[in-house]
Design a protein around this ligand. Structure first.
Ligand SMILES: C[S@@+](CC[C@H](N)C(=O)[O-])C[C@H]1O[C@@H](n2cnc3c(N)ncnc32)[C@H](O)[C@@H]1O
Length: 252
């Protein structure tokens, strides 16, 4: 089953806890996550990356289990004072590693609950030899809880799960339950980029993101000059869908 089919059907749905009627609610440790956490059997090399590298690249204190008081992370310690950028749902990690390699003076943190994607990212980190990158192998909402306000200078949302059925639109990332915590952690003036191949996702993004305190800066069919096409974008192009690139700026 493809990723978007899983996202559409809710197959692979997991719950961190039991909270009836709490879809999208921001109660830590009680969040519903409707995507997939694992897929094909990992290759032996990927298992090695997870065993040998993830411990070093994964900041402690993000999950509610590790940090029930939700103490804020010290990004100065984690990234040595570099400006910090965030990638939400990095998939196979190609865009994130590309950005890390292009911007050695920046620190990147990426979130991805799909373990196969995390393993792919770790392989690419080894290959590229980049060191300015950390990983949260889980839900970005758990990271939002513990990021200090105004601490992120740029955020990327590349091909978020489309949730095409109308009754599932409230699961999309571009809803206030996700966007307001994102707005809190972004610095005033920070850039927020969204790439999607779904026209109705563009519509919802243009409606919802400004409500969370962002200005639309640009909307285009041409990618950013530093863009690296992702696996999901390649699939969309093969299937004849058209990319849309939206740029917002955090008001402040
Ligand atoms: C359609 S895929 C796109 C992956 C990648 N950005 C690309 O362009 O190839 C969307 C990704 O978002 C991840 N995702 C969904 N909800 C998330 C959440 N709450 N926090 C972090 N990642 C999430 C999914 O696991 C999935 O890998």
């Amino acid at each position: 089953m493809t990723e978007d089919k899983a996202a559409e059907s809710g197959i692979g749905q997991t719950q961190a806890g039991v909270a009836p009627g709490s879809e999208g609610e921001p109660a830590s440790g009680w969040r519903n996550f409707y995507g997939r956490r694992s897929g094909k059997t990992l290759r032996p090399s990927q298992k090695t990356y997870l065993t040998e590298d993830l411990g070093r690249l994964r900041p402690a204190g993000i999950s509610p289990e590790e940090n029930p008081e939700r103490r804020p992370l010290d990004l100065g310690v984690l990234f040595g004072g570099r400006p910090v950028w965030l990638e939400i749902g990095f998939g196979g990690g190609e865009h994130m590693v590309h950005m890390a390699a292009r911007n050695p003076d920046v620190g990147l943190i990426g979130c991805e609950p799909f373990v196969n994607g995390v393993a792919m990212l770790l392989g690419k980190i080894r290959e590229a030899g980049v060191e300015n990158l950390l990983v949260h192998p889980g839900d970005v909402r758990d990271l939002f809880d513990v990021l200090p306000a105004g601490s992120i200078r740029k955020a990327f949302l590349n091909y978020p799960d489309p949730w095409p059925k109308k009754r599932h639109h409230k699961r999309r990332f571009v809803t206030q339950g996700h966007l307001q915590p994102l707005a809190r952690v972004l610095a005033p003036g920070a850039e927020f980029r969204v790439a999607t191949d779904i026209p109705d996702y563009v519509r919802q993004t243009l409606e919802e993101v400004p409500l969370a305190g962002f200005d639309l800066v640009n909307q285009s069919g041409t990618p950013w000059e530093d863009w690296l096409s992702t696996r999901y974008e390649q699939k969309a192009l093969r299937e004849g869908r058209e990319p849309h690139y939206l740029t917002f700026r955090r008001m402040g």
